[in-house]
Design a protein around this ligand. Sequence first.
Ligand code: ADP
Ligand code: ASP
Ligand code: MG
Length: 453
Amino acid sequence: MKVLKFGGTSVQFHDNMKQVKNIISDMQNEQLLIVLSACRGTTDNLLKLAEASANNHSDLMQSLFNEIKNHHLELITNLKLDNEFNVNVINDVNSILNQIENMCEGIRLLKELTIRTRATLVANGELLSTAILSNYLKSCGINNVLLDAREIMKLYYSNADSLVNFEKTSENIKKAFTQNLYSGFNIQIIQGFIGSDPMNNTAVLSRGGSDYSAAVFGAELQAEEIQIWTDVSGIFSTDPRFFSNAKTIERMTFSEVKELSAFGAKVLHPDTVKPAIVANIPVRVLNTHSPQENGTLLTNNIEESISQIDAITMLKSLNIFSITIPSERERKSEVIRKISECMNQTSGNYFLISQGISEIKIITDNISRLSSTFSKNYLTSNLSDVAVLCLVGKNLTYSSNSKLLNNISNIIFKYNIEMLEIINNNAIYIAMNTLENSNSLYEELHNFIINSI
Ligand code: ADP
Ligand code: ASP
Ligand code: MG
């Protein structure tokens, strides 16, 4: 069986949804689990609606609700379903819209927005898109069954993050999937991103989490392949929105994509790869608008003979927070312990931590906790407005690659940089002050990559 995940742009408008239908129709004799995101923009609108309701901004509430409602009703009208399915889908969608309206009124009256209420509200995006796709496929003669991810994907909270209970989720997905196969349903549809907590309240993963849902389901069902269908033809040498000469990378390792997504390449949720690596399942990133293209294949294995730089990302608006290390051994370990406490307590991201003899440098997007922990009793400094470029590739530090690394350093050292780190075979990180021409180093390195692959 295969898991096919379609992202927000793949289901945004009726012509995108028709493409999705064509892709599924071409594979309809296979066993498929279709994982769907909300229509692009809906999750953002639901989150804004939650805030507007808690703040009693009635006009904004009304306009956001209308935007969500009109978008989905227009999508249905344009899909032109057969009468029976049109009636079904309008009933389903109206009942979800009613729930959204009632919940918002409740939030407005109580002036309270808890994590659980927000999750319940935001999950409606995926409930809407899956109700529409399921009915649309039926109307096109493609038999399918719609699963409810809240009964299958079991989540629990750790601080503010929701994590997957793999044991329960595995039991649930295997049971549901096989039962439906017995009943003759080859094609099963499920919401990405959403699930439920141990008390059966709706809970959601972090933003972009449908990729992760697909990987979790694919791993638990031992899928032969997980396909991530999006709006670009695979993983590119950099975000194709920034550089039009970006090229698709045909094959990438999971380690490379983990680095890329952690350093800002939004194309895949950073956690996606973990379940697929463990279960050794290939993941293919494909383009819904151009399904004949091969996209990118992600695998665990890569021949040692291949060594090259594949891609680059850039993250901006970061900080380099430096702490001078005290010479006493106990105080050194105290610094390290306190840094890990900060990491556990902040919602910010810690991208790199580098320790020299006299200093520890931390690259992060949130220094508030570090500042309050260290500034009083330690010598610290902070450099803000930092950009980090992350070059990813295969077997980068092998001696066969020395010419490549030489060429790269010739480019890098034309610029004033703050930090250069090579922690493993897959990634080189370069931190520099944003004002120091980070955009031109980004472009120069990207041009170098596309000329060498
Ligand atoms: P979906 O809605 O399908 O989940 P996303 O918007 O989450 O899609 O991810 C796809 C987007 O990721 C692309 O439109 C592209 O702009 C962006 N992106 C960033 N970095 C890369 C990259 N290296 N390769 C491909 N796409 C990238
Ligand atoms: N709809 C969710 C989001 O926009 C999940 C996803 O699209 O992957 O973040
Ligand atoms: Mg995404």
